[in-house]
Design a binder for this molecule. Sequence first.
Ligand code: GTP
Length: 596
Amino acid sequence: TPPEQIRNFCIIAHIDHGKSTLADRMLQITGVVQPRQMRAQYLDRMDIERERGITIKSQAVRMPWQVLDETVALNMIDTPGHVDFTYEVSRSLAACEGAVLLVDAAQGIEAQTLANLYLAMENDLTIIPVLNKIDLPSAQPEKYAEELAGLIGCEPSDVLKVSGKTGEGVEELLDEIVTQLPAPEGDPDAPARAMIFDSVYDTYRGVVTYVRVVDGNLTPREKIAMMSTKATHELLEIGVISPEPIPSEGLGVGEVGYLITGVKDVRQSKVGDTVTAASAPATRAIGGYKDPKPMVFSGLYPIDGSDYPDLRDALDKLKLNDASLVYEPETSAALGFGFRVGFLGLLHLEICRERLEREFALDLIATQPNVVYDVTMDDGSEIVVTNPSEFPYGKVAEVREPVVKATILVPSEFIGAVMELCQGKRGQMGGMDYLSEDRVELRYTLPLAEIVFDFFDQLKSRTRGYASLDYQDAGDQAADLVKVDILLQGEGVDAFSAIVHKDKAYAYGTMMAGKLKELIPRQQFEVPIQAAIGSRVIARETIRAIRKDVLAKCYGGDISRKRKLIEKQKEGKKRMKNIGSVEVPQEAFIAALSSD
Ligand code: GTP
């Protein structure tokens, strides 16, 4: 297809504003999916993938659309919805010329709408503002058209009004995509360059890579090279998705599709990387490539120590489909053998943990997530800390922690509540704008560590669920941070060490010591629990001694009952961990690590 007859676009929206429904409607209206095959949210259906044994989690679908007497190929590129995946979102946007900015006509603009809009503008995309769900009785299209127009600087009458549910206005939207968006530009005679915007592992076919061709063209059976690694692969298959994969004789300038080389690990086909022809490689990669950088770390331990090899195998499998997952073995005195795992953010952590538990049937303990700290010592040496228990003792000159730029949208009555929360979380205000008279956008720079803790829950509860939040990595900042250790009878319990702001150290120490006092059963001797910064104790609790003598109860009596009791105790012992001479049931650790 010549570039003049191609339009590449994505839909950006806040969660639940109806992106999937609109995408489905477009597939149906363009005839790509027949009504009888139509199932709700065609693009989202993982079970279809499994049934057919091929990945059609269509990251990019091609739809023919006729305007006047010309047929145009519309490529709709899907974008991941969550803040943890900002980098993937930015690469998907970079593969497009324009974006449909979709806003629920009963809700108005939300934080994710804004965050995605900013990313789209950074990528110089043409923005088509659209209000969705106009069929809803509660829709206020006039009010929100004004809000949207104010935001992107157009007339309220330029805002399209559609219903993904009924299909109203969707044909006009498709026409507008063709007329408003520029056709892709590129040099057909230059060495081939294509940008990878997604890469998915498929059990049957290996890695399926989604690309947007910028210059030249790629043809099946040629040798291709990945520009970041210089690795070469044979191009086994190339084609477009519409809505099934359709192999083709090649992809040219502006085209979007998939390619298969037989590699088995998404790390060999990385999002953001440039694909070129091995025989006549391009000299310059397409800009914007970044190695995925884990932002949040957590220790993952099997509850049953004998599951450790299974946990390792499960992580190895997850990694095939997840280029941003990193892990290395770790041993904890309290929790045994496990892994320190790095994630892009909290949601990524939750997804991975759930998959490990569900798909691999593992019972896991996760330590409190922490961010990565850069520590500079007085002698100038630098240490990167991904586990609080590794925080150095001795002369620390400076500690730096990651910060994010957060966008928070709230009804104006909650401004005070949000500001108070952000200040309590060491936030610095960057600005505030009224989107309309009763809705406000607040911008803050916040330490990621504070967001990882319980920021989102607090934000929701303080604004009765009305606030929306989105954030982006914003480098790092020096802060007055210390490590708080928790000691049982003078012995440190590694899983509970935390790096916290100096002003919050005392609160953390008393909270943890108090929790453990409740959770650890009495021993035959007194057990002090201390919280300490270095050698300075900042909080203390004591577990009183008890004479534990279970057998005394059945003196002289039934010998088999006695034996049973001993067996039972042994059973229980297996789930006990010794910290020094203190026996702690594993449940106590699990309970203490859970966030409430
Ligand atoms: P995620 O995929 O979860 O990010 O959400 P989404 O933005 O894709 O929204 P989705 O398409 O799943 O729609 C969210 C909800 O809104 C669903 O319950 C839809 O049925 C409903 N919905 C979507 N479009 C319309 C519409 O035009 N009118 C009405 N009345 N409801 C709609």
